[in-house]
Each structure stands twice: as C-alpha cells, then as structure tokens.
Unconditional design. Structure first.
Length: 280
C-alpha cells in the first residue's frame, strides 16, 4: 500500500510507538508494509523505516503516485489560504520541503495549490519552487538505487547545500526534527541535500547503500560532512562547519570552527571527529 503524508509534519516512531526517530512532511510519499494497532509500518521515499499513525497517511495507488507533479515549499513556513488575499482563512500551514500540487492558476502574487484532501488553496508565489528529488525508490527493485542517483555539478551543488543549511541558522535543536520549528543534526544535513535533489542516509553515519562515501579530513570541501559519535556536521569552508546541536551554549543550528585560535572553536567536538564524508 502506498500513501502520502496529509499532516504538516508527523513523527516517524520506533517499535515502541512512542520514541520519535524521524519527521516526515506534508506531501511526502511512503510505502506501508505492515501495521500495529492504529499505525502503519512504512518505508519513506529516502529509505528510512518506522511507524506512522494511520490518520496521517492518505492511501493512493501506484499510478497516482508515479504521475503526480509536485511543487516544493521553499519558505521556512507558509500559510495555505482559502482565497488569494492576506485576510483569507488559513487552511493549513506547510514547512520548507513539503510537497504540493499546483493547479496552474495564479492571482495577485498567489499560486493556487491542491491539497491532498482535494481542497484548493493559495500560497504566495515567493514560497513555492520545483521539487528536486524523486519518489522512485518506493517502487524500484534496485538495491543500489541511492548510489545510482545522478551526481549534480559539483561546484554549484556544494554552494547550494551550504546556502540551504545556513537558512536554518538559529532554528532550535529538536530530536528527530526536520522543520524550521526544530531540527536535529542529521535532519539538517539531510534536508540540505534533499532540497537540492540528493537523497542521503538520514542518520549520523555513513552507510554503503547511500551516496556519501568516506574521505580524509584534509580533503574536506564545502558541503562535505564531518562525523562524530552520534553527531554530524556540514563543512562550509574556511575551517568552519554548521551543525544542529543540543550543546547548551547553542541549542540549535550554529556555526563553529575547527581552528583552535577562533572564538567559536569547540574543542570537545574537534577531539571526537570520527570521519568525514563526501558525495563527490
């Protein structure tokens, strides 16, 4: 069974149905393979698995899933309004990285979108762009699917993922989070890559089935990843990295330095570096 997330955001849960492991956003696709009580056991379009409340998933058939044409929300958050005017009723609020269908209608700086329920609403044209990734993994039988993703132009991609990560600066730390309301370390790097068309493993580790491969510390370039036990950061150049951390002095997305002479150097993290990874 295939489905689409119909909530602005929903927690993906572990086997105990209480511990959150990931967050899925509006319009994301899943494949349900089992159920427990009022929950589906699902696989996401990026290969992560867990339990979702049944009411958070609208079932669709494979043809519907394969043929849907989607736009992506690019602003941190945007209200979907009942009419193309600022005072209209708010139907729902969507977060950066959510997917919606555009009807093709536009009015007064607004774009009309169709929600999963079939209801139409309006969002500012400044909040919507082209979706960059794909759902194909859900019906692919190729175990190397993620490794076979086409690689983008290196220079432009590196610049883009760094710029995307920096859009989350100041967002609070939230375990398993992926939205501008709260995001964790691997959620930050995952979203930065996904929003630019590349699906990587969601957790803070390198896995052979996904496209990030190990490199040496001295090979780090902007957009590459730095790994620590249970933590991951993105190198942004000039000895700096961006990460979402529960560290009491930051508690959120912040930039720190790898250089001892810099005031934003974190010796505790530097000493724990366990590896580095790159798409290229």
């Amino acid at each position: 069974m295939y489905g689409i997330i119909n909530k602005s955001a929903e927690w993906l849960l572990a086997d105990d149905l209480t511990s959150r492991t990931d967050e899925v956003l509006y319009g994301w696709a899943v494949k349900a393979t089992d159920k427990k009580a009022d929950y589906w056991y699902v696989t996401t379009h990026y290969g992560y698995e867990g339990y979702l409340p049944k009411e958070a998933v609208t079932t669709v058939n494979l043809v519907e899933l394969k043929t849907r044409l989607l736009k992506m929300i690019t602003r941190p958050a945007i209200d979907v309004l009942s009419l193309p005017k600022v005072s209209a009723e708010i139907l729902t609020t969507l977060y950066r990285g959510s997917f919606v269908k555009a009807t093709g209608n536009e009015a007064d700086g607004y774009v009309e979108v169709e929600l999963i329920s079939g209801v139409t609403g309006w969002v500012s044209h400044t909040a919507i762009g082209e979706r960059q990734d794909e759902d194909d993994y859900l019906w692919s039988e190729n175990p190397d699917y993620f490794l076979l993703q086409g690689k983008p132009d290196e220079d432009s991609f590196r610049a883009a993922v760094v710029a995307t990560a920096q859009k989350y600066l100041g967002v609070q730390y939230r375990w398993a989070g992926k939205t501008p309301l709260g995001i964790d370390c691997s959620g930050l790097v995952f979203m930065s890559y996904m929003l630019n068309g590349v699906l990587i493993w969601r957790d803070a580790e390198i896995k052979a089935e996904w496209p990030i491969h190990e490199i040496g510390f001295e090979e780090l370039l902007p957009g590459d990843l730095i790994f620590f036990p249970g933590h991951v950061a993105m190198y942004i150049g000039q000895g700096k990295y961006i990460n979402s951390t529960g560290y009491s002095e930051h508690f959120g997305v912040a930039i720190s330095s790898l250089r001892k002479e810099d005031p934003d150097y974190r010796e505790d993290l530097f000493k724990m570096i366990s590896g580095c990874g790159s798409l290229f």
